[in-house]
Ligand binder design. Structure first.
Ligand code: SF4
Length: 396
C-alpha cells in the first residue's frame, strides 16, 4: 500500500525502523520481537538512527536514571527530527506502560506509545499513523495490570547469530517493595512447554546453540505440558535433551524460590550453564523485610553455600541496592560483611530511587544522596577487589 511519510509517497518496505533498547534482557527480546514483526510486514531494520524513518525507544522504568535517560534522549531526537526530517517516533516498554498518556505532556510530538503488554499491536499502530494519519496513538492495556498475552508470536529476527533469548514466562507476582515490574509487566504467566520447545527447536535449525531462558523469576515457572504442571527443573530436563543445543542459561532467580533441587539439576544436566544469578539486594534482615523479599540474610547465605557445595565449578552473581529507606551504617555494614563472606563472582550494585507506585515510594527517601554514592562506591570497590582476586587465582 502506498503511503505518505516524510512528505513523499512510500511503501512499508521502503521504510527503515530503528529501535533503541534500555534496561533488561526482557526488553532486548521484546525489541527483537518488534523488529521481526515489522520485517514480516515489509519494513527494513536499521542500526543507524540517522537513516531511520521510524524511531522507537524501548524503555525501562526499573531505575529512575534509565527512565530519564531514555526520555531525554528521545526528546533530543524529536527536536532534531522536527528540524531535519519528519519521522515517526514511538515509545514502547515499561515507561509507556507506566506513564501512559502522560508522556505526551512532555513529548507532544511523539506519534505513539505502546505498553509492554501490547507490543504485538505495533504493526497496526504504524499502519494507523501512516495510512490513516492518526496522531498520538496510545496502546496500553490497563486490564490485569497489563498482563502479557502468551500468544506464540515469535518472528525470526534475532540480534545474535549463535545465541538466543527465549521468554519462558512474563510478569511477576512478588511485589518487592522497591520494584515497579509487577505494576508494568503484570502478573506471572508461564508459556506452555510445547511452545518453548517448538521455538527452541526452530532456533536450533537456524544454528543457534546457546539459549538463555528469560523470566522475572524463572524459579516460579509453572508451565503446562498437556495436563501436567512442569516446573523449571522439569523444563530444563526436557530442553537438555534437544539435540544441537550446547548451552542453556536462565535468569533471573529469586532466593525465596531457589532450592538445592535446582542446583542438583544444574550439576547433573550437562548443557545447563553453571552460573546462577541470585539477587541478594541487602545483607540486613531489617532492610530485606522492608523490601518484602521473603528471606533472611542467613537463608541467603545458606543457599549460596548449598549452591557451592553442589555445583563445584559454579559461578554466582548478585544484585545489591544501597541507600534503601532507613538503611543505617549498621545495615550497610551487614551487607558488606555478607559480600566479604560470600565472595560473589560478580555483583551489580545500584543506588536506591523511589519508583511510584511501588510500595517503598511511600516511605521517606531518607538516605542522603552523598551517603548513597559513598556506599555505592565502597561496595563497588570491595566487589572489584574480590573479582580481581578470583580472576587472579584462576590464572595462577
Ligand atoms: S522478583 Fe521482585 S525485584 Fe524481581 S521483578 Fe519481581 S518484584 Fe521486581
Amino acid at each position: 500500500m502506498k503511503t505518505t511519510v516524510n512528505g513523499s509517497r512510500l511503501t512499508a518496505h521502503e521504510l527503515k525502523v530503528y529501535i533503541r533498547t534500555f534496561g533488561c534482557q526482557m526488553n532486548t527480546r521484546d525489541s527483537e520481537i518488534v523488529i521481526g514483526m515489522l520485517e514480516e510486514h515489509g519494513y527494513k531494520h536499521t542500526d543507524d538512527p540517522k537513516e531511520a524513518d521510524i524511531v522507537i525507544f524501548n524503555t525501562c522504568s526499573v531505575r529512575e536514571h534509565a527512565e530519564q535517560r531514555a526520555l531525554s534522549a528521545l526528546g533530543y531526537l524529536l527536536r532534531r527530527g522536527a528540524k531535519h526530517k519528519k519521522r515517526i517516533f514511538g515509545v514502547m516498554g515499561c515507561v509507556a506502560q507506566h506513564k501512559q498518556e502522560k508522556i505526551f505532556k512532555s513529548l507532544p510530538k511523539l506519534d505513539f506509545i505502546c505498553g509492554s503488554s501490547d507490543i504485538y499491536n505495533i504493526p497496526l499502530i504504524l499502519s494507523q499513523i501512516i495510512n490513516e494519519g492518526k496522531v498520538n496513538v496510545v496502546s496500553v492495556s490497563k486490564k490485569d495490570r497489563g498482563k502479557r498475552s502468551i500468544k506464540n508470536i515469535n518472528p525470526s529476527y534475532r540480534e545474535k547469530e549463535k545465541e538466543a533469548l527465549v521468554n519462558i514466562m512474563y510478569g511477576c507476582n512478588n511485589f518487592c517493595s522497591y520494584c515497579i515490574v509487577p505494576y508494568v509487566r503484570g502478573e506471572e504467566v508461564s508459556r506452555p512447554v510445547k511452545d518453548i520447545v517448538e521455538e527452541i527447536t526452530d532456533l536450533v535449525s537456524k544454528d543457534i546453540t546457546h539459549i538463555t531462558l528469560l523470566g522475572q523469576n524463572v524459579n516460579s515457572y509453572n508451565g503446562k505440558d498437556g495436563k501436567e504442571d512442569i516446573d523449571l527443573i522439569g523444563l530444563l530436563k526436557q530442553l537438555n535433551k534437544i539435540e544441537g543445543i550446547k548451552k542453556i542459561s536462565f535468569m533471573t532467580s529469586h532466593p525465596k524460590d531457589a532450592k538445592p533441587s535446582l542446583f542438583k539439576a544444574m550439576r547433573d544436566l550437562n548443557k545447563v550453564d553453571k552460573h546462577l544469578h541470585l539477587a541478594m539486594q541487602s545483607g540486613s534482615d531489617k532492610i530485606l523485610k522492608l523490601m518484602n523479599r521473603g528471606y533472611t540474610s542467613a537463608k541467603f547465605i545458606k543457599l549460596v553455600e548449598d549452591f557451592r557445595e553442589i555445583v563445584h565449578d559454579g559461578k554466582i552473581s548478585t544484585d545489591i541496592i544501597v541507600g534503601f529507606p532507613t538503611e543505617t551504617e549498621e545495615d550497610f555494614n551487614q551487607t558488606k560483611e555478607v559480600v566479604e563472606k560470600l565472595r560473589f563472582d560478580n555483583a551489580y550494585i545500584f543506588k536506591y530511587s523511589p519508583r511510584p507506585p511501588a510500595k517503598s515510594s511511600e516511605m521517606a527517601d531518607d538516605v542522603l544522596i552523598d551517603v548513597k554514592k559513598r556506599r555505592h562506591s565502597e561496595l563497588l570497590e570491595l566487589q572489584r577487589e574480590i573479582s580481581r582476586e578470583k580472576k587472579g587465582k584462576k590464572f595462577n
